[in-house]
Design a protein around this ligand. Sequence first.
Ligand SMILES: *Cc1c(COP(=O)(O)O)cnc(C)c1O
Length: 353
Amino acid sequence: MNKYWSKLVSQLEPYVPGEQPQDQQYIKLNTNENPYPPSPRVLAALKDSIDGSLKLYPDPNSLQLKQAIADYNNVSIDEVFVANGSDEVLAVAFQAFFKKDQPLYFPDISYSFYEVYCKLYEIEPKKIPLDQNLSINLSDYTGENGGVIFPNPNAPTGKALPLSSIRNYIEKNTETVVIVDEAYVDFGAESVIPLTKHYPNLLSIQTFSKSRSLAGSRIGFAIGNRELIEALERVKNSYNSYTLDKLALIAGSTSIKDIDYFQHTVNTIIATREETSRQLQALNFSVIPSSTNFLFVKHQSVAAETLYLKLKSQGVLVRYFKRPRVDNYLRITIGTEDEMKTFLQRLKDIINS
Ligand SMILES: *Cc1c(COP(=O)(O)O)cnc(C)c1O
């Protein structure tokens, strides 16, 4: 430990994102990015905007983007919060809602950033085990908590809960904020956004990184009761007024208006996912039914770590987590049809060698 570091810094265990090799030679199926480019309208709008206006600060309230998100989701603009990726929305929400005397509940196998933020913001975590089918069982989340967060669909399992079970849960857990991290909701689950009108402690967090092909723009948002949103604004405006830059504001608001392109790319990914799932099962993988843009799979005889390393040496990156309970699974992002064909061919060669 360096003597200049604070005690907190020396205890942090930062999040480790999936590899982002800069030589671009890999088929990248490891970080759940969208294999298709953003809507062509986004590129056109960005080109039109390169007019010198970057010398000025962006709108600190991001009104243009918030309005587009509000219109798409049938909510009002003061029920929308935006920030630099949903990771930042999560960071702001942890500070706004979860610094409590009771622990924060979240699944033991889930998005690993939750634990990282607990350390950073000095929040006590309470990890609730997934059941034996690797499902979130919300009846395990009762008890005194300082807040609850889970992804729906969950990552890395890809499993979704029905809206009815979330509604049942929120009926009972009324005293603390419940956040549903809906990073993958567009690929096959039901959003809680319509429920936020009825439950003042329910917050949906979503991102443009996956279903809208804008991981490089860093755009995330939250939708919920206006008083929850006001709490998020208070935190954000206490450390940075300009979390979204001008280009991101343009990219995001243009992207969400191109509904046809969005539906087409999402539906293509879903079709490719289902075909890939069939092919993997034919190769003796067990495949958890997915409501996301990735598959979580386990081979009958070949170890996941072996497959991960051999695929990498052949130019295909998938995600392997060396964590209890899931260390024999691979998480495979759905790429283009061509990418998945190449991936399956190389996998077949490895398994049969
Ligand atoms: C990808 C992901 C995020 C982060 O998304 P960004 O908007 O790119 O920061 C948040 N939660 C889950 C569960 C994710 O998979």
